[in-house]
Design a protein around this ligand. Structure first.
Ligand SMILES: [Cu+2]
Length: 199
């Protein structure tokens, strides 16, 4: 005849304590620590891009950086930006080289070089400029200054010149940047767009 195995009452007690601690931990994680409130210190981002007819790639972001100082880099429409002595920290943009990310409250200074198409197809040479406009349901503010003189919506950018505009995104959402120049730049002009995702 077999004697049933017994354990000391303390083992059961420890088990209860472990279960209570796990439950308490879940409660603390779920209800005491908030998951939703995430705040960011507003950043000033620099986004460097080229504008080309959509048939040859459209807008192309080739560099992204945080500006770690108040003053903007020097700028002129023929030479573009001057980063000499400017405190910046590069960060990796989206891999499609079109989508731009930012947080609510961030300011983005855009540097855009308009380029003429390389193809000899006359359809890709309908005009002598691109342009830049931002649309979206959210709120944004355009701040014009000597080192970023662009204003929206009239962001006309003649080929081989630089354009800079500084925009602060006051609310979250998806914004679209587009080439809106009155003259259609190519048959695919209407698709010359990109997204700015503000979260
Ligand atoms: Cu266009």
């Amino acid at each position: 005849m077999q004697v049933p195995k017994k354990h000391f009452p303390i083992v059961g007690l420890i088990g209860l304590v472990v279960v209570a601690a796990a439950g308490g931990g879940i409660y603390y994680y779920q209800f005491v620590i908030s998951h939703n409130i995430v705040t960011f210190t507003p950043s000033h981002r620099l986004v460097f891009m080229t504008a080309l007819v959509q048939e040859e790639g459209g807008f192309h972001v080739f560099n992204t950086a945080f500006l770690n100082q108040t003053a903007l880099p020097g700028f002129d429409t023929t030479k573009g930006y001057n980063l000499t002595g400017v405190k910046v920290q590069k960060y990796l943009g989206e891999s499609d080289n079109k989508t731009i990310d930012a947080h609510v409250g961030d300011t983005i200074t855009f540097y855009i070089l308009a380029k003429n198409a390389t193809s000899t197809d006359p359809n890709l040479h309908l005009t002598d400029a691109h342009s830049f406009q931002i649309s979206g349901t959210g709120s944004f503010t355009v701040g014009s200054s000597a080192n970023s003189p662009g204003i929206l919506p009239s962001g006309r950018i003649p080929f081989n010149t630089w354009y800079s505009v500084t925009v602060t995104f006051n609310s979250g959402g998806s914004y679209t940047y587009i080439c809106t120049f009155v003259t259609v730049c190519s048959p695919q002009h209407g698709f010359m767009t990109g997204q700015i995702v503000v979260s």
